[in-house]
Design a protein around this ligand. Structure first.
Ligand code: GDP
Length: 478
């Protein structure tokens, strides 16, 4: 096993942690990480949340807000000058007006600082005057989080694990082109740049096929292959697994040695700086999960999601032999896993969705031997694009959702025009969570993408966004 800490990394985090600590004494701040795989709903979540905080949206279960103790929220320049700013204003613009549409999704890390002024609860706290809390929201692709386990794997270990997984269903059927090339690549032959580039391209295309909605797999590292951020086209991404085992000796100048060197460079120049510079400085984390797409894709997708959540939990694990245990300074102490887009189901299925996610997370916690931060789960919709209606059909009452499907969306032979409302019976989730995990939902849910709704009093209706806030930040306003 390769070791992932060295003196330099340790010193770097100690310095970062101390700086955070020192500024935190003067201006209390909380760093909230928002992550999830591509299209899980990160951009929509942050935009809707920040908008509601700024405009005082309806958040009954977020006590500090519903109780009137949060008196003012406003945006401020973020503390990290080197991070791109979360494009809140342009996302708001996209979601507004007659030509409103869903904003451009997350494809790299970004940050936004929102400051809240509030009245503390206790007599003593109140005597010190009003409180102020900086909330630094850090948005980053979940694909990058799933790279963290690579810090503990050698190139040969990663190759062996990745190839073994690709030889099993459902991945096997999607790996044809890449496997065909792989069988011709002898790790001992002289290194050739074109071989490395072609292998990386076919491997990346295979990963992308695994991610499509109907397959919906989650554990597909290296994350930058699907979500390159600023590394698009970089030689750092020109590598792929080869048929080698940890016992294989990779001689200097061989294709195997070139791939190994690039893998190590990927881990040391991309994965480690992300871990030490960003992930390890978070206080709270929400992991958004498109559980509905995984459930609809079937048991393999759900199993893979569970593995991804176990991998994620092992990043948050505290104590001996964990990534975070070596670090000085902050520590993530609350993690929320949230199933997004709950508005695509009737409310009678919302608790069921939450229970299914809870079962998936509990199993993942066992697998990851998890201990540490407090964990919770939720089913939410950051922007509720549908309302509900009961529709009578052939003497049966169907609990439907009503919204305006986007132009070009199709369902049961109908193509929608983007203007007309439709009542859709999306199907429902089983009462017993285990059945959903065994694939009982596969192909039974009917989804279309709806147009974003018109805001009311400047904010959008949502599902359980307030409960989410209460869990993630409620205690910071006491
Ligand atoms: P990201 O890749 O995690 O940033 O994902 P986005 O936030 O861009 O969301 C991806 C897509 O999911 C959006 O374009 C919407 O179509 C859909 N979506 C996200 N959140 C919601 C929601 O709360 N309700 C509904 N109906 N759709 C959503």
């Amino acid at each position: 096993m390769a070791s992932f800490t060295d003196i330099v990394d340790g010193t770097r985090i100690a310095a970062g942690g101390l700086a955070d600590f020192a500024t935190g004494l003067i201006n209390p701040s909380v760093r909230l990480g928002v992550t999830g795989l591509s299209r899980a709903g990160k951009t929509v979540f942050i935009t809707a949340l920040v908008n509601s905080l700024l405009k005082g949206g309806r958040f009954p279960a977020f006590e500090a807000m519903s109780g009137g103790r949060i008196t003012r929220c406003y945006l401020e320049p973020q503390p990290d000058d080197t991070l791109p700013r979360f494009a809140f204003e342009s996302h708001m613009k996209a979601l507004s007006g007659e030509s409103r549409h869903w904003p451009e999704s997350t494809n790299r890390i970004s940050q936004l600082r929102i400051t809240a002024e509030y009245t503390p609860v206790g007599f003593i706290s109140r005597s010190f005057g009003s409180g102020k809390l900086h909330i630094d929201i850090v948005d980053y692709p979940g694909e990058w989080l799933l790279d963290l386990p690579l810090m503990r794997m050698s190139y040969a270990e990663w190759s062996a694990a990745t190839i073994a997984a690709s030889r099993m269903a459902p991945r096997l059927a999607l790996a044809g082109d890449w496997h065909a090339l792989l069988s011709t690549l002898d790790p001992a032959r002289p290194a050739d740049e074109q071989d490395a580039i072609t292998a990386a391209e076919l491997f990346t295309a295979y990963l992308a096929r695994c991610r499509k909605d109907d397959v919906s797999l989650s554990t597909l590292p290296p994350g930058r292959f699907l979500m390159p951020g600023d590394y698009k086209g970089s030689p750092l991404l020109a590598f792929a697994p080869l048929d080698v085992s940890p016992a294989t000796e990779l001689h200097k100048g061989s294709l195997g040695a070139l791939m190994e060197r690039r893998y190590q460079a990927y881990v040391s120049t991309i994965v480690k700086p992300f871990f030490y510079g960003h992930f390890a400085r978070l206080d709270r984390q929400i992991v958004l999960v498109d559980a509905l797409t995984a459930l609809n894709a079937g048991a393999s997708a759900v199993k893979d999601l569970q593995q991804a959540l176990a991998d994620i939990l092992s990043c948050f694990r505290q104590g001996a032999n964990s990534l975070l245990s070596n670090l000085f300074g902050r520590r993530i102490d609350r993690v929320l896993f949230a199933a997004t887009k709950a508005d695509l189901l009737h409310h009678t299925s919302h608790d069921r969705l939450e229970n299914i996610l809870k079962t998936i997370v509990e199993e993942a916690m066992t697998r990851a031997e998890y201990s540490g931060a407090e964990i919770d789960v939720a089913a939410l919709a950051a922007i509720r694009a549908t309302r509900e209606a009961s529709v009578k059909q052939k003497g049966e009452t169907l609990e439907c959702i009503v919204g305006t499907p986007l132009s070009g969306e199709q369902l049961g032979g109908t193509e929608f025009d983007g203007m007309t409302e439709a009542a859709i019976f999306p199907g429902d989730l089983p009462k017993e969570a285990e059945r959903a995990l065994d694939g009982a939902v596969e192909g039974s849910l009917k989804f279309v993408r709806f147009r974003p709704p018109v805001p009311k009093d400047g904010t959008w209706p949502h599902i359980r966004l307030d409960r989410t806030m209460e869990f993630l930040l409620g205690d910071r306003f006491l």
